[in-house]
Design a protein around this ligand. Structure first.
Ligand code: HEC
Length: 130
């Protein structure tokens, strides 16, 4: 009978230990922290951001704020990260245009290669948070 109690106590103690670190926020925090680390170490993110920073994009765009152009975060939340959308948006950056987000126009970027424009779009679409 006493042995029985000891075993039950031991099992309960182990169960309590297992459930407390796993329950709730501590594991959530870990997973979101690691996903943001993944984002900035993602080569598509790094290359796209470097290209964007070395062009004129940031005079009209910010990540979280509308300037002349839409916030990159809003662009990312509007378009799914598919090959089709990457190609379509890259073409739009090269040819410029207006009408999707309002009357303001994006200037054309004819000197950009398709590959570079696509790389920039890949960075932008990684910013999705919805
Ligand atoms: C002169 C200001 C300006 C510059 C410079 C600019 N943009 Fe834009 N961008 C805009 C505006 C305005 C829009 C919204 C166009 C619309 O409503 O169709 C836009 C839209 C976009 C979109 C979304 C297009 C769509 O159809 O939804 C992407 C992606 C984008 N810009 C990326 C870039 C990149 C990358 C660069 C740098 C190579 C850049 N932009 C430079 C003003 C600019």
């Amino acid at each position: 009978m006493k042995k029985y109690l000891i075993i039950i106590t031991a099992v309960a103690a182990i169960a309590a230990c297992n459930s407390s670190p796993g329950s709730g926020s501590s594991s959530d925090t870990t997973s979101s922290a690691s996903s943001s680390t993944d984002l900035s170490s993602n080569p598509d993110y790094q290359k796209g951001l470097a290209l964007i920073a070395s062009n004129d994009c940031l005079t009209c765009h910010k990540v979280d704020e509308k300037v002349t152009g839409p916030a990159y975060r809003d662009v990312a939340n509007k378009y799914a990260n598919t090959d089709d959308n990457v190609k379509k948006l890259a073409a739009k950056i090269i040819s410029g245009g207006s009408g999707v987000w309002g009357d303001a126009a994006m200037t054309p970027h004819p000197a950009l290669s398709e590959a570079d424009a696509e790389q920039m779009v890949k960075y932008v679409l990684l910013l999705r948070n919805k």
